[in-house]
Ligand binder design. Structure first.
Ligand code: EPZ
Length: 420
């Protein structure tokens, strides 16, 4: 198993190029199930979760050809519709094939994803919506067995909670359904917006894109001809590197980014004393010598993203004063706290709220990654801790960060990947 060894450094400088968004890529790969043609996808990130979903599609009989220059997916050769536990257990976003498989083939079996480190993460809202669209859903020995022999029927869906992959799943199910589907309380994340924009550009009329009320006009089973598209930049990767600039008090420029997707993250960094030079595809962070404490509440887009909570918690350990960070989306997304405490951070937890007393002097030690974003928080801490920090179980990191240590090394970080 690999681990990362990071040494506390003075500062970083230079440019970091942002890769395609993991959380846009996953629904877009699942969307190819709706196509009759071979689909060309540009700018997929080189991360494990993408490979996992492509493997899942290949296991169903699709032909997937992943290359850095571009990936092609042809789902016309899919010959069965059972997404098995061995793959789904490694990546819960596999649930994204449920809607497309059901709406195209009229039946599918998808392993229940189970929870993950950050929370129980049920899929009840996905299933309830599909039942409202006429599907028969049964849970049998850990599998979701879904059937809709006459296809799905458009209807009015109201999500009790905003769900990102739930919205994506139902948008894709509705794409081939009979009639119109309205989703109220839809997720507005940029990744959901891109999915809707691409479907809308390829034969599925969708109204309300980017709002909380989506109306999808189904094609009544007619498969789509999806032209080549390019995945949007990863706003969470971008936010992570901005935090690297802030925590090491370095001026860094991130390129190939979409600044408007980062408004709530930039606003919080400004509150902490940073400033920015922004163009239409780059952001340069001008760090502050004295980081100010901050109050953060994680909520759905366009509010502050839960996927940036761990990174900001690491940054808050270096602020002069008390920061309060409240996690509202997941019930167990503070596992990075105990590892940061072992490095010397002064953090107290009370339910879903962390109180961070900065500024703490962090010392390098062995720490363990527990989930994707917690891993990046530990890397950020390792960049400024005294001595060396060894971050173990970085398979979590490799799920969602494309060449992280290379990107940090090229701006001066002392970080390397070693074998345990
Ligand atoms: C997506 O997960 C992202 N993953 C997560 O990113 C992200 O943290 C999350 O959205 C919130 O922004 C992908 O896009 C692949 P949700 P998702 O359904 O869709 C509850 C990362 O680090 N809920 O929006 O699974 C749920 O428990 C990952 O890249 C139900 O109760 O999240 C949570 O409390 C981590 N029933 C809340 O809604 C359901 O049927 C939001 O979950 C579905 C969700």
């Amino acid at each position: 198993m690999d681990y990362l060894k990071a040494k506390g450094i003075k500062s970083l400088s230079g440019e970091i190029e942002i890769s395609g968004a993991k959380n846009a890529s996953l629904p877009l790969i699942a969307m190819t199930i709706l196509a009759k043609n071979r689909v060309d996808i540009k700018n997929l990130p080189d991360v494990a979760d993408i490979k996992t979903l492509l493997k899942l599609l290949s296991n169903l009989g699709a032909s997937c050809n992943y290359e850095l220059a571009g990936t092609t997916v042809d789902t016309s050769t899919i010959n069965h519709t059972k997404a098995t536990y061995d793959i789904v257990k490694t990546m819960r976003a596999s649930i994204l094939v449920l809607g497309p498989l059901l709406t195209r083939f009229g039946h599918c079996e998808v392993s229940l994803p189970g929870g993950c480190a950050i929370g129980q993460r049920p899929v009840d809202l996905h299933l309830k919506a599909l039942e409202q669209m006429g599907a028969k859903i049964e849970i049998k020995s850990g599998y979701i067995e879904a059937t809709a022999p006459n296809g799905l029927k458009g209807c009015e869906i109201i999500f009790d909670k905003i769900t990102v992959t739930g919205t994506a799943n139902i948008v894709m199910a509705a794409a081939l359904a009979h009639g119109k589907t309205t989703i109220t309380n839809a997720a507005r994340e940029p990744e959901v917006v891109q999915l809707c924009e691409i479907l809308n550009a390829n034969g599925v009329k969708i109204d309300g894109i980017g709002t909380a009320i989506l109306t999808i006009h189904g094609t009544s089973g007619k498969l789509l001809n999806i032209s080549e598209f390019k995945v949007i930049p990863d706003r969470i990767e971008a936010g992570t590197y901005l935090c690297a600039g802030a925590i090491t008090k370095s001026e860094l420029t991130i390129t190939k980014v979409e600044p408007k997707h980062l408004n709530s993250v930039l606003a919080k960094l400004e509150e902490m004393g940073c400033s920015f030079t922004i163009t239409d595809s780059t952001i340069t962070i001008h760090p502050t010598k004295t980081i100010k404490p901050v109050k953060i509440v994680t909520q759905e887009y366009p509010a502050f993203p839960t996927d940036m909570q761990a990174q900001f918690l690491a940054l808050a350990t270096q602020a002069n004063g008390v920061s309060i960070i409240e996690e509202r989306l997941f019930e167990n997304r503070f596992m990075h706290v105990s590892e940061l405490q072992r490095m010397g951070a002064d953090i107290s937890l009370n339910g879903n709220t962390a109180t961070v007393n900065g500024k703490s002097k962090l010392s390098g030690t062995d720490v363990m990654a527990t989930d994707l974003r917690a891993s990046s928080a530990l890397v950020l801490a390792g960049l400024i801790a005294n001595g060396e920090t060894n971050i173990h179980r970085i398979y979590h990191l490799d799920r969602g960060y494309d060449k992280l240590e290379q990107k940090l090394k090229q701006v001066g970080a002392k970080i390397e990947r070693l074998e345990e």
